[in-house]
Write a protein that binds this ligand. Structure first.
Ligand code: G
Ligand code: G
Ligand code: MN
Ligand code: NA
Length: 254
């Protein structure tokens, strides 16, 4: 497979990188970012993530990729530790099903944090419902182990799967991400508005913070603020960007 060979080469030649998309609170203060993997090909073009992440999961290449993401994130957090405006930021990374199921996942993560002197609370793991629900008991156990160390968890793409709301009570997550599919028409579609409001209400009753993703307009932001959302991510604030750009973004006063 040409793509698989190219992906192996990209990993070896370190042409994978992380871009950062800001996550902000209701006042516009930067809380951190979601780190998103970018593969820049030899001609400087970005290979779309949805073209290679599924392949990486099928082929097992997701393991070296996942280790790269973890390593790069820890290095970044360590580099920010001495910068007053950046030291408190939390980075969220996406964890795929296979990566989370890896027997060494917890110990590797722990070693990586210790080696870089990164407090676990600066790292948030984004899991999708499907990752968690496939083997829910094992997943919950693993999440609890990691939360004991101090890691944070966000449930990604919330509401787009087939899970029942009652699962949320069982899952040890700190945050739920309202999927951008519900945010897009939240001002016009009564159903999407009700879903957003329900997620916020349910989450807050369970002690879970709510972040809305895909926020593109002031009107969406106003609506979501009125719902009581705790944090926001979307093009309105910033697209995924290279690290130097994100550092300037985070250091600028909201
Ligand atoms: O920003 P972008 O279009 O790249 O994101 C598309 C998808 O790729 C998202 O669903 C996101 O979760 C996934 N993705 C981005 N970066 C990573 C990563 O580092 N690891 C994994 N497993 N998935 C990622
Ligand atoms: O991991 P997840 O599936 O949540 O990936 C987030 C995806 O959403 C990334 O592909 C990111 O580039 C994309 N994204 C982030 N903000 C916006 C936005 O405001 N609008 C749209 N259309 N996409 C967004
Ligand atoms: Mn995500
Ligand atoms: Na999402």
């Amino acid at each position: 497979l040409a793509l698989e060979a190219a992906l192996r080469e990209a990993i070896e030649q370190r042409r994978l990188t992380l871009w950062y998309q800001p996550q902000v609170d209701a006042t516009g203060t930067t809380l951190g970012a979601e780190a998103l993997l970018r593969w820049i090909d030899k001609d400087g073009r970005i290979v779309p993530t949805d073209r290679f992440i599924p392949l990486a999961e099928e082929t097992g290449l997701i393991h070296p990729i996942g280790r790269f993401v973890l390593q790069a994130t820890c290095e970044q957090l360590a580099a920010w530790a001495s910068e007053p405006r950046l030291a408190g930021l939390v980075l969220a990374i996406n964890i795929s099903a296979r990566q989370f199921a890896e027997p060494d996942f917890v110990s590797e993560l722990r070693t990586m944090l210790v080696d870089h002197h990164v407090p676990a609370g600066r790292l948030k793991l984004e899991l999708t419902e499907s990752v968690v629900l496939e083997h829910v008991d094992e997943a919950v156990q693993r999440m609890e182990q990691l939360r004991e160390i101090g890691l944070l968890f966000a449930l990604d793409d919330f509401g787009t799967g087939y899970s029942s709301l009652s699962y949320l009570k069982r899952l040890p997550v700190d945050q739920v991400k309202i999927d951008k599919a519900f945010v897009r028409d939240v001002c016009e579609d009564a159903g999407d508005a009700a879903i957003a409001r329900t997620i916020v209400t349910l989450g807050h009753v369970l002690g879970i913070s709510i972040i809305a993703e895909g926020v593109e307009t002031e009107a969406q932001l106003d609506f979501l603020q009125a719902c009581g959302c705790d944090a926001y991510q979307g093009y309105l604030f910033g697209k995924p960007m290279p690290v130097d750009e994100f550092e300037r973004f985070a250091a600028s006063v909201a």
